[in-house]
Design a protein around this ligand. Structure first.
Ligand code: G
Ligand code: G
Ligand code: MN
Length: 534
């Protein structure tokens, strides 16, 4: 008990350590991958957002330059300014409030037509068809303006646009964006920047608050996308790190909770299994100590001679509540725990003690024990088994050992065959049990020194039912006959089955038609020919 208890505690300790390490590793790995995935997602959204702003600005610039298509302007210099042209550019300024002025100058940079009283910029010569300059001041008291310059032959047309109009086209409603800047790649300078305020509106930044060169190149939270219409310009978007962290943390938290719940359920499942294992093992150990396992006997008959030729020993467990449990409920666990070997020896000894005089009085009568492949791999089982035979003076020929066809296939057959041959030489009977359920071939079964074969119940049950298994009967019986072994039919329940089997030349039978498993006293009476109909 205390050993088992200590073993249980050790198992728990082991479980806790392994579980802790595995859970922590799993948590770290999953969180790391979630974080990576989330970062990629955010980069992707930032890119789309920046691209959207670039598109917005591109559209605005295209719309603005489209206005110039209505002008009557030739490719030669326009000196002096034709009154018609001046009127047209005045019209454009009048109709588009966001345009502060339009001026036309020639390639030598001389202004010919202008809606402005005063020209402030010079040296805007460029090879590009379309370019943007700024910021500049139109009048000393005015807000800064930007000049969009379009070349037309030898003339170039400059459109003066107010700062706010550019700022408006840089805005986005996405809360991910904190600052949006217009960056000139040629001069490596930001020419306009807006920031989100605390009230979620946008304001134009003072040049001293512009992003620094270092930030522009290093910060991972800054995304840059070029503008199609003006190839020296880029939109630069700085993400709001606190918002990004908020999103990632939320995701990480949800993932962590899921992982923890998963790990906890695994933990409790493992605890449950360990508990069940130990409580089952404890219950078996207690039953073994209290001698709660006992044999029942099911007679095997020769229906031709109308006599009992033996009995199969079937294990039973009487619980402390006096309930009798059949082995189908616990035999698998018993085999898995390895305790089956010890219990079989207990069962064998009890059967030997009980049946000693029955066996002496009926020298042709045998006892059949069910063994599994585990008994054959155990180092001491057969040694102990032989000692018991000696101790109770049981003749080897009066013992049959049954091993199911399915168990044969689990084993290294050479080792199995060697032990079996020794047993047969010593005089024991060997039976292949549940024949037909293991799908072993005749040539495979011929390796084993069996002298009996027990046809499985499912084939007997099928007799007279018309089921597919019924049609298998003849071939199963034929296969058994080909093996030249004594055939015992198991699970015979009806007269029809009995008749059919006899017609096929099978005379050794076992089943509820004759007798169910019974205690020794009833077996003695049954063997004497007193059939109790209960
Ligand atoms: O006893 P019952 O009639 O319920 O048998 C159920 C199953 O348990 C059968 O497959 C039978 O072969 C198996 N069985 C019964 N007694 C023993 C036993 O002592 N040892 C082993 N290994 N199996 C047994
Ligand atoms: O696997 P093994 O052949 O050892 O199984 C024997 C099992 O068959 C035991 O559970 C036993 O109670 C059961 N058994 C024996 N005779 C009959 C029978 O006529 N009908 C049914 N259904 N089961 C039987
Ligand atoms: Mn059996």
């Amino acid at each position: 008990m205390s050993v088992s208890h200590r073993k249980k505690l050790n198992t728990y300790l082991f479980l806790n350590i392994i579980w802790g390490i595995l859970s922590l590793t799993l948590l770290c790995l999953v969180l790391f991958f979630t974080w990576q995935k989330e970062r990629l997602n955010i980069q992707q959204s930032l890119y789309s957002l920046t691209d959207e702003i670039a598109d917005q600005l591109d559209n605005f610039i295209q719309d603005t330059t489209h206005l110039l298509l209505t002008l009557d302007i030739t490719s030669s210099p326009v000196t002096p300014c034709p009154p018609q042209l001046l009127k047209q550019i005045q019209q454009i300024v009048f109709n588009n409030p966001f345009i502060s002025g339009v001026s036309i100058r020639s390639s030598d940079n001389k202004v010919h037509c202008s809606t402005l009283h005063q020209e402030t910029i010079s040296g805007n010569n460029t090879n590009h068809l379309l370019s943007l300059f700024g910021p500049t001041q139109i009048n000393s008291h005015d807000k800064p303006a930007y000049i969009l310059s379009q070349r037309l032959g030898q003339n170039s047309i400059a459109i003066y646009l107010l700062e706010q109009i550019f700022a408006r086209n840089l805005q986005t409603s996405s809360l991910l964006a904190k600052k949006v800047s217009l960056y000139d790649k040629n001069t490596k300078k930001i020419i306009l920047q807006i920031s989100r305020t605390d009230t979620d509106s946008w304001r134009i930044d003072d040049p001293k608050d512009y992003l620094k060169q270092k930030e522009v190149h290093q910060e991972y939270s800054i995304m840059r996308v070029g503008i199609t219409t003006l190839d020296n310009l880029e939109i630069m978007l700085q993400a709001d790190l606190s918002k990004i962290k908020q999103i990632t943390w939320k995701e990480e938290l949800i993932t962590a909770v899921i992982i923890l719940l998963l790990c906890l359920s695994i933990y409790y499942l493992m605890r449950f299994l360990i508990n069940r294992h130990f409580s089952f093992k404890r219950a078996i150990l207690v039953a073994m100590r209290n001698d709660n396992f006992f044999p029942m006997y099911q007679p095997i008959l020769d229906t031709k001679k109308e006599e009992s030729i033996g009995a199969e020993i079937l294990l039973r467990w009487r619980t402390s509540e006096q309930e009798v449990i059949t082995p189908d409920l616990f035999i698998k666990d018993l085999e898995a725990s390895g305790l089956i070997v010890h219990i079989t020896l207990q069962l064998v000894e009890k059967a030997f003690i009980e049946c000693q005089s029955l066996l002496i009085n009926n020298p042709k009568f045998h006892l059949a024990f069910n063994l599994s492949s585990i008994h054959f791999t155990d180092n001491n089982f057969f040694k102990d088994f032989l000692s018991l035979c000696k101790k109770y003076h049981i003749a080897e020929s009066q013992i049959m050992l049954e091993i199911t066809e399915r168990d044969l296939l689990k084993q290294d057959d050479l080792a199995l065959v060697k032990t079996m041959k020794e047993l047969r030489q010593a005089g024991f009977c060997l039976a292949v049990d549940d024949f037909g359920t293991g799908h072993a071939s005749i040539s495979y079964l011929q390796h084993f020194p069996f002298n009996y074969l027990k046809i499985d119940q499912i084939f007997i049950k099928a007799i007279g039912t018309g089921a597919i298994t019924e049609t298998l009967n003849k071939s199963i019986i034929q296969m058994a006959k080909n093996l030249k072994l004594n055939i015992i039919a198991e699970g015979v329940e009806t007269f029809t089955q009995l008749e059919y089997l006899q017609s096929q030349g099978v005379h050794l039978m076992q089943g509820w038609y004759f007798a169910t498993a019974m205690p020794l006293e009833k077996l003695i009476q049954f063997v004497k020919g007193v059939h109790n109909e209960e």
